[in-house]
Design a protein. Sequence first.
Lengths: 330, 258
Amino acid sequence: MIIDKISRYLANKPLIRAKLLLYILLALLVAHPSPSSAQSVFDLSITPPVAFLRVRPGTSATHIVTLENTGQTALTLKPKFVDFIPNQGKAIPQAELTFSYLDLPTQGFAAVTLPPGRKSQLSIKVTPPRDAIEKEYYLTILFESVLPQNETAAIPNTNNSTNVLPSIGSNLIVLVSQTDQDTNLSITEFGIGPIVDSFRPINFSPSITNQSIQATSASGSAKLINWHGDSIYEQNIMPMVVLGQETRKLYGANLDETSTNPDGILTPIEFIFTPKFLLGPYQLEIELINPDLSTQKFQQAFFALPISVLFIGLIFGLTQLAWYLLKSRT
Amino acid sequence: MRLNHKKTAHWRWIFVLALTQLIILPSFFVNQVLAENLESDSYIIQFGNFNITSGEKSGDTYTVTDTVGQSFAGPYGEYGVSNYFLGSGFQYIYQIKPFRFVISNTNINLGLLTAQAHNTAAHTLLVNAPNAGGYTIYTYEAHPLQTIDGSNAIPDTTCDNNDCDETVAALWQDTTVGGFGFNVQGADVASDFISSDHFRQFANKAATSPVEPMEAIMSTTSAAFERQSTVTYKAGLSGSEAAGRYQTSVIYVAVPGY
């Protein structure tokens, strides 16, 4: 009835008809953006960024990665598993996957489309055989965006263009082992010489090595102790994960309260102590806190000497010696 | 009168059809982008909203995170139970918080290139990496800018003094020097992008001798919140290129640290 009334009314109002038609067309255009502009913004979240999974040989374990399209446009994604090479806390994804204990589909993963605001989970099973080598393996699960066939249609044919294809990764560290391995962290390098200059800042850069095959965390503190046994410098160690058999450089932890994070963030800083004057024997002590909260200490002794004064004295002494030798010859 | 009635009927159908389109078409388009649930014995890609039991427990001097379920546990233990990350009086490694990567525009239009001129286009990158290991963004190109049939190409820039490549940026201001390159300015950006006039080549995935691995352009090893940078693409002709439409794909790989 209402439609009949509106239709009768419109039949005698050509201008309003034309306007209405225009509004409808515009509304349709706005309501249905062209496919070519549909993927212009990429906004994707992945959880967890890093996961640690221990699997006994001959058993299986499941790992789940959750994706969330946090943007306003649908994203077409394709999962891909690759190795990563660890390098001082950075994961460097490789082109291929050598880890052979994943139950991957033989035909590969199909691309899937994740609508805006939606979450998805990828569940993957790790099944090492009974005779699998006990070792830690490093994988990155990449979700690569796939270019729709008509994506380039948005750019005029006469123009030059670049399609941007983003990928996001989640790291998976898999320990294939029958048991939890014992923690075995040690300071393999203190990064300080046996003699330091009394007048210059003391800078040291220790390295930590995980002798075990399983990842663990390193935290604790670094101290400089004088010959009275008093601590003259103390700095918390930046907590970090040290993978199996990995050696990492240690940093001090600095709380950066200027960050956009309301609680501030910890940022790594070099270990630098600027004293007024040091003289005599000192010790660098690094205390590591084990996962069971027990501690272990590593110490390195060094001497603080006024090297510049000694150098001037040495030059003076050598000059005197040379003068004496010359004088005795003549 | 009959004509008027015909007119009315005609417009009634147009009106009904338009309304139908407005109501039905959006759901049709939504259906087109709806994801499929993929499942096999070894994997499932499942869509929906999930409530994963997790959270933070605050103390006076620290915050611990915990989750229910094995997949989000810390290094081979459960958060808040094994104390794996309780170091120096505070816990700060938020492994369960999401890692987010945003690119403001994935269609880069460099316009119509002409000799003796450089065309530019830009987009922003944004990263949220609350986990302690930070993040790295790598990039590479599928191939240099080339025509669709691959018969002609605009080579990657070597900058004003022939001193930039995919690993190091250099000054590129001279419009007589053609090529294709990019600059990045902002947070956690590689140190060789000294100014907005310093450009690098993209690592070329198609290169075989030598192979060019993807290169890091943004990186930090500590937690990162809302870290943003701007990538500027630049292209120019040296004068010898054939007319045509040149294109390539640039790939960004955002990975968390550990």
